[in-house]
Design a protein around this ligand. Structure first.
Ligand code: FES
Length: 105
């Protein structure tokens, strides 16, 4: 299974994942630049922000309360914005596409 990260410049990077990983881990394990993950996945830093491609929004699930609070403070937050550490990947996410913001805050 794989997921694709699209940089702000439109460059695509497809990386493999195994079920149970979260999307931030997959990015950092595969050297995807533009995802920092400073807090290690606790929804506490906001540096793993991604904007989920519209057709994948439902599959990506909904924001947790802590995640919502972090995203509210983010000037780049969009309707399908998520903290990637809060997306636990399963088989349904094969082919997921997420966009990277220009900057992480
Ligand atoms: Fe810190 Fe996701 S890694 S909020």
């Amino acid at each position: 299974a794989s997921v694709t990260f699209v940089t702000h410049d439109g460059e695509k990077q497809e990386v493999p994942f195994v079920e149970g990983q979260n999307l931030m881990q997959v990015a950092t394990d595969n050297g995807v630049s533009g995802i920092d993950g400073d807090c290690g996945g606790d929804a506490a830093c906001g540096t793993c922000h991604v904007i989920v491609e519209q057709q994948w929004a439902a599959a990506a699930g909904s924001r947790t309360v802590a995640e919502e609070q972090m995203l509210e403070m983010n000037p780049d937050c969009q309707a399908t914005s998520r903290l990637s550490c809060q997306i636990a990947l399963n088989a349904e996410h094969d082919g997921l596409i997420v966009n990277l913001p220009e900057f992480q805050f």
